[in-house]
Ligand binder design. Structure first.
Ligand code: FDA
Ligand code: NAD
Length: 427
């Protein structure tokens, strides 16, 4: 049998969490040989959001090593000092009680402290029993290998046609990326508007739909793909009976956290691994961070799971700080946070807080406006609990973040909007 390797700290998963945790471990003075990152991907941690954006651009294309998390070290050809990066290694069995992980190649890894950072995987149409959904030229996007396949297809099918199934984050970002590559694209989704991004109210969605339509993207709402036929082209069969012909199909129908390795070994809640405000699980010395964690979201006094990059980064830093603090008999503040964002075409939005209660739209949300600077507040119990802003400057984004964080009283909303849009900081 292969030699057993032993580390003080092991991170399972080599994505956003692993990259930001490694950086924080280095900052905290981890010693050479103490930390290992085990990843099934073949490359060091990188900024995953680039895959649906600049990685697909025809110009100004992002490529590794340009968007590794620890890019400065990657460019010099090595990872952070003394941290073992164990790549192309999938963990297939985890036994927390004996502190052992086993890889697909039957290697054994021992740990004293474990960070679970396996992230999410895609939900596939075949999971819903859609016929032919695993055919060639039907693409999903999660890891860099998926992105490479998509780039190849875009090159091979220049000026071709694409159908994008599902219009969540992936759908909206990829329809835009396909369009800028001169691929004619049609988005298909079940909802009456692109509302699955739960923060998209009907009026916010109307802006994006209008904007996308003006860019030449076709939109088919209220139906789903029920089957695929392939000859030269792919025939996308819709539930309403229509058949769309495509060279490329991109599917973005959601993600699910990867928890199976740890089933029955750690407590779960709301579909994720339950943690405290320091990302400690129900088992001592085992942490769960990023997409997999269901943690107390301080601002709302509620347990939540969040699939966004900024949370992955910050929760990684929080967990590592907490690990070092507890070793020194110190403590760190409870986790407290929450913005997220998306970018497509020349659009870029940020959202802070919670999307509950009534909504109020402000600014110019006409799809043909030249500034497309507009936003929305969510009002609950007389307070602003959430705020969305399209095309904000960094100062404006900071201002709306503050409105949501302090839960500004929902009086005089017109004035508040104007203040945000004129860089008011004295809120
Ligand atoms: P992440 O998925 O980054 O990493 C998990 C790692 O674990 C992967 O390397 C995986 O291979 C590995 N792994 C899993 N199981 C394993 C096993 N058994 N053994 C070994 N390794 C294993 N968010 C946002 O706020 N704004 C944005 O613009 C975007 N854009 C975006 C684009 C695309 C294409 C995707 C797929 C996602 C986004 N996101 C986003 C979401 C964001 O990227 C996501 O929330 C974080 O990557 C989560 O970080 P984690 O480290 O938890 O998982
Ligand atoms: P999503 O949950 O955002 O959207 C899923 C979409 O698929 C929705 O429109 C939904 O209604 C639709 N859908 C569901 N079932 C369907 C079916 N049978 N047929 C057709 N449509 C169907 O998920 P996603 O866009 O796939 O994103 C995956 C993950 O990546 C998520 O964790 C997301 O947070 C993350 N991500 C985030 C960003 C960002 O924050 N900017 C960008 C890209 C990806």
């Amino acid at each position: 049998s292969l030699a057993e390797k032993s580390f003080k700290y092991v991170i399972v998963g080599g994505g956003i969490v692993a990259g930001y945790a490694a950086r924080e471990f280095a900052k905290q003075g981890v010693k050479p040989g103490e930390l290992a990152i085990i990843s099934k991907e073949a490359v060091a941690p990188y900024e995953r959001p680039a895959l649906s954006k600049a990685y697909l651009f025809p110009e100004g294309t992002a490529r590794l090593p340009g968007f590794h998390v620890c890019v400065e070290v990657e460019e010099r050809g090595s990872f952070l000092n003394g941290i073992s990066l164990i790549l192309s290694t999938e963990i297939v069995k985890a036994d927390i009680s004996s502190k052992t992980l086993i890889s697909a190649a039957a290697e054994t890894f021992k740990f004293q402290i474990l960070i679970i950072a396996t992230g999410s995987t895609v939900i596939r149409l075949s999971d819903f029993g859609v016929q032919g959904a695993d055919a060639k030229n039907i693409f999903y996007l999660r890891e860099i290998d998926d992105a490479d396949k998509l780039v190849e297809a875009i090159k091979a099918k220049k000026n071709g046609k694409a159908v994008v199934v599902g219009v969540g984050y992936i759908g909206l970002e990829l329809s835009a990326a396909l369009r800028v590559n001169n691929v004619d694209s049609t988005m298909v989704y079940p909802e009456p508007w692109c509302s699955k991004l739960k923060i998209f109210t009907a009026s916010i969605a109307a802006f994006y739909e209008g904007y996308y339509a003006n860019k030449g993207i076709k939109i088919i709402k209220g139906t789903v793909a029920v089957g695929f036929g392939t000859n030269e082209k792919i025939n996308v069969k819709l539930k309403d009976g229509r058949v769309l012909e495509a060279d490329i199909v991109v599917v973005g129908v959601g993600g699910k956290p990867l928890l199976t390795l740890f089933k029955g070994q750690v407590e779960e809640e709301k579909g994720g691994i339950k943690t405290d405000a320091f990302f400690k699980t129900s088992v001592p010395n085992v942490y769960a961070v990023g997409d997999v964690a269901t943690f107390p979201l301080k601002l709302y006094g509620e347990m939540r799971r969040v699939e966004h990059v900024d949370h992955a980064r910050k929760s990684a830093e929080q967990a590592v700080k907490a690990i070092f603090a507890s070793e020194q008999g110190k403590s760190v503040d409870e986790y407290d946070y929450l913005p997220f964002y998306s970018r497509a075409f020349d659009l870029s939005w940020q959202f802070y807080g919670d999307n509950v209660g009534d909504t109020v739209l402000f600014g110019d949300s006409s799809p043909t406006s030249t500034t497309h600077k507009f936003g929305s507040y969510w009002i609950k119990d007389g307070k602003v609990v959430g705020a969305f802003l399209e095309s904000g400057t960094p100062e404006e984004n900071k201002a709306i973040a503050k409105v949501a964080r302090v839960q500004h009283l929902a009086q005089n909303l017109d004035k508040l909007a104007t203040e945000v849009l004129t860089f008011a900081r004295n809120i």
